[in-house]
Design a protein around this ligand. Structure first.
Ligand code: PXG
Ligand code: PLP
Length: 477
């Protein structure tokens, strides 16, 4: 058991800080598909961290590679200098990308990747003599990280309302969720894809001049906003419309990259190749922050051909672009994917995963279940006047029962490490089922978060007592 730290100073991201600090949920270790909490409980990881620990926790290969790199070359200036591992990591990632996307820009995160991709798209049109192509289109409920470009093209109102819209010249197309028609569909919805995609063309021709649109950015599968799947044919049609109008298509694959759908990228799964792919998260198995943007060679070549000789072709970059330690982690991760064929593993498990996920149909609160690859979204009926309360209570109950799930609004999202075993998949969903049944039986009382996490709370209280005793001893000494 480790000590409880002072909780005052750290401002947690995307977290109800006051609530969290009243019932901290802290991890002290992780190995394989399990976390260990600070009160020494084992927790099955149903979320691969935040969708990033695809190869399972505590991978020795990555640890060794990172440690060696830190001792050999801790940092090299990213601008005007570099180091061999940056080129090696780019080459290996290019080989892992869909054909043609073989020029790689490194960033420090998915948010930086999204903003980088948008800037490359805008700059591409300028460098090729089309400066009027300067509008960006995103999608309702899209998540492209939290930087200003990302929130502008993103479609989650809650992430923007405190900050403004981020960028001018941005429009959005409709999201693809239609529970009325498609509830409990296994895998991709069959209908409606072409019509939804055509709405993009309709919008840009009636409200804009298509020749003013620089890029369309979409997640092939919307993860963060609650697992929204593209109906059959939708992405292919978006590709056709982009081609017809000279618009760059960006796939944000921060979640879908690296085997999550049973293929390397979602682009491979859907057989649709965008002009730009963003990725992050599982690129280093979550061990070191890193993101990347892969662009078609033509795009890179256009910058090289059309920029003044000796000048910087893209005035953009981060102190930590291609950080040596991140490159070492990425190379070790790509090695793991190559030897363990984790994409195939995910594909092999996906039918079982789908069956078990859909076995929750009919349980209290369950309004829709959506799945693809090793991702499932379970949408709950919201409790009137208390949006998010049902999912939060379910999350807490699962946590108490030793399974980590994610929730957003009233949607539970399940995305285990690709190293998950069948019986562990069973346990994730049976635990969710039990949590939902209990919640329904308890009614209003079941929603009270203070009834949960008794272990942690007792432990925290105990720690605080010890701390107080120390202070008293120090004082009287
Ligand atoms: N694009 C997409 C498609 C993402 O899913 C980002 C960009 C931003 O990445 P960074 O590394 O800046 O966080 C993401 C991140 C969740 C959850 O629980 C999802 C994300 C991040 C944290 C939590 O759904 N997606
Ligand atoms: N702010 C200041 C004052 C800086 O000097 C820098 C980088 O030099 C940045 C922000 C950007 O930091 P990063 O390159 O890590 O994104």
């Amino acid at each position: 058991m480790s000590d409880l730290p002072n909780l005052d100073h750290y401002w947690l991201p995307f977290t109800a800080n006051r609530q969290f600090k009243s019932m901290p949920r802290l991890f002290q270790a992780a190995k394989g598909n399990y976390y260990t909490t600070i009160d020494d409980r084992r927790l099955l990881d149903g979320t691969a961290g935040l969708w990033c620990v695809a190869a399972g926790h505590g991978r020795e290969e990555i640890a060794v590679s990172v440690a060696n790199q830190l001792r050999t070359l801790d940092y090299a200036p990213a601008f005007q200098n570099s180091h061999p591992l940056a080129f090696e990591a780019a080459e290996r990632l290019a080989q892992y990308m869909p054909p043609g996307l073989d020029r790689i820009f490194f960033t420090g995160s998915g948010s930086e990747s999204a903003d980088t991709a948008l800037k490359i798209a805008l700059a591409y049109h300028r460098v090729t003599g089309n400066p009027l192509r300067n509008k960006l289109v995103g999608r309702e409920r899209g998540y492209h990280g939290v930087n200003f470009g990302g929130i502008a093209v993103g479609g989650i109102a809650g992430n923007r309302k405190a900050f403004g819209n981020g960028l001018a010249g941005v429009d959005h197309i409709r999201h693809t969720l239609d529970i009325g028609r498609n509830a409990f569909t296994r895998g991709l919805p069959q209908d409606g894809g072409i019509a939804l995609a055509n709405e993009f063309e309709q919008r840009i021709t009636t409200l804009h001049d298509p020749a003013t649109i620089a890029a369309l950015i979409v997640e092939p599968m919307q993860g963060s906003a609650g697992v929204l799947l593209p109906p059959v044919g939708y992405l292919k049609r978006l590709r056709e419309i982009c081609d017809k109008h000279g618009i760059l298509l960006i796939f944000d694959e921060v979640i879908t990259g690296f085997g999550r759908l049973g293929t390397k990228f979602a682009s491979d799964y859907f057989g649709v190749v965008p002009d730009i792919i963003t990725c992050a998260k599982a690129l280093t198995n979550g061990a070191v922050p890193m993101g990347a943007v892969a662009v078609k060679r033509d795009i890179y070549d256009a910058f090289m051909a059309n920029s003044p000789a000796g000048g910087i072709e893209l005035p953009h970059g981060y102190t930590y672009s291609a950080h040596p330690v991140a490159c070492a982690a990425a190379l070790a991760t790509l090695d793991i994917f190559a030897t363990e064929k984790l994409e195939d593993r995910a594909a092999g498990l996906s039918t079982h995963f789908e069956q078990v996920a859909h076995s929750l149909k009919g349980l209290p609160f369950v309004k829709d279940i959506r799945n693809l690859g090793l991702v499932a979204g379970i949408e709950l009926e919201s409790i009137p006047g208390k949006p998010g309360a049902a999912a939060f209570a379910t999350y807490l109950k699962c946590y108490e029962m030793g399974v980590l799930v994610r929730y957003t609004g009233d949607i539970l999202a399940i995305s285990p490490p690709l190293t998950i075993e069948k019986d562990e998949i069973d346990r994730i969903f049976s635990t969710i089922g039990e949590a939902l049944t209990t919640l329904a039986a308890e009614g209003e009382a079941g929603l009270d978060p203070t009834r949960h996490l008794k272990n942690e709370q007792q432990w925290v209280a105990h720690q605080q007592e010890i701390h107080q005793q120390h202070l008293i001893l120090e004082h009287t000494a």
